[in-house]
Design a protein around this ligand. Structure first.
Ligand SMILES: O=C(O)CCC(=O)C(=O)O
Ligand SMILES: [Fe+2]
Length: 317
């Protein structure tokens, strides 16, 4: 009898670079089912996506570094009437964290508007690089969600959801801790309040996701690897077959500054659990869900409500 060593669970890596990944092809349904299985088991998976090349990633993160080097007064000009959209500077709780975002980033004019605000005299390559990057990540999100719907036999519902999608592209930076500090959590455990998120780590990892048994799994950066998370919107849509994924970021002293990117897909309309996902074993858990209304509810709720399942408090059936 061989000795049994306990292997920590690994987040599945799913190849979405395959050329014939289209409805009807040999790889389509098996890959759809892999996506569904990974999301039901882990609330996330790593997409291998060669369409977004290492060269484009290098150019994108070089633009991101330039962006964070701008004076803080300039960065603060990126404001929004909507919560969670503009520049977020370091706080008492997250002293090493900084981020800024472009709303509707798959629309070239929005990227231009952002560039003009940050660099009124223009910025070489910013728009081309960010536009290509955002469009590829947007396409990766749409492909993933379409394939997930397909695996439930519900691809017909995809176009109406996709029509309400809005993509927020967030640039994130974590300064390295002083050398007196050890590895510490820099972004506390949370689930995302949107439908789905893609996180792209560049040269320094730190992202961890929580498995069902409570263990934390570290996700290492690799060229053309993108981590795709289920957010609370996907949890509602799937009637809890998929749970929003808990994740956090740890940064170690001596690792250098960490840069990452997030594509947060929100929806502008109302999300409803499809009737096909409701049966005796899966009674309806959610009323129709107005995702923008939920964001307003979430920011105005106290910590107790947030910790005790805010999505159920907002639209539980
Ligand atoms: O910085 C990261 O890599 C992830 C950030 C994150 O989870 C978030 O902004 O919701
Ligand atoms: Fe997150």
């Amino acid at each position: 009898m061989g000795s049994q060593t306990h292997q920590p669970p690994q987040i599945p890596v799913i190849d979405l670079s395959l050329e014939d990944l289209k409805p009807g092809s040999a790889s389509w349904l098996p890959t759809c089912n892999q996506i569904r299985h990974a999301l039901e088991e882990y609330g996330c998976f790593v997409a291998k996506y060669d369409q977004l090349s290492p060269q484009l990633s290098t150019k994108l993160f070089s633009q991101s570094k330039d962006l964070f080097e701008l004076p803080v007064e300039t960065k603060k000009q990126n404001t929004s009437d909507e919560p969670y959209r503009g520049y977020i500077g370091p706080t008492k709780y997250m002293p090493l964290y900084e981020s800024t975002a472009i709303d509707k980033a798959t629309v070239l004019e929005e990227v231009h508007k952002f560039m003009n605000l940050m660099w009124p005299d223009g910025k070489d390559q910013f728009c081309e690089v960010v536009d290509s990057y955002a469009k590829l990540l947007g396409a990766l999100n749409e492909l993933t969600v379409e394939m997930l719907f397909e695996s439930y036999g519900l691809r017909k519902h995809f176009p109406s959801l996709a029509a309400s999608n809005s993509h927020l592209l967030r640039f994130l930076k974590y300064k390295q801790p002083q050398d007196t500090e050890t590895t510490t959590i820099r972004f506390a455990a949370h689930t995302d309040i949107n439908f789905a998120t893609i996180v792209h780590q560049y040269d320094i990892g730190g992202l961890e996701v929580q498995a069902k048994d409570g263990t934390w799994i570290s996700v290492e950066p690799q060229p053309s690897h993108f981590l795709i998370f289920a957010g609370q919107g996907m949890q509602v849509w799937s009637n809890d077959r998929i749970k929003a994924c808990y994740h956090r970021v740890k940064v170690s002293a001596g690792n250098g500054e960490r840069y990452s990117m997030g594509l947060f897909t929100f929806n502008n309309g109302v999300i409803q659990v499809p009737e096909e996902l409701v049966d005796d074993k899966h009674p309806l858990l959610y009323k129709p869900f107005d995702s923008r209304g939920y964001i307003r509810f979430y920011i105005s709720s106290d910590e107790a409500v947030k910790l005790n399942n805010p999505i159920k408090a907002f639209c539980g059936a």
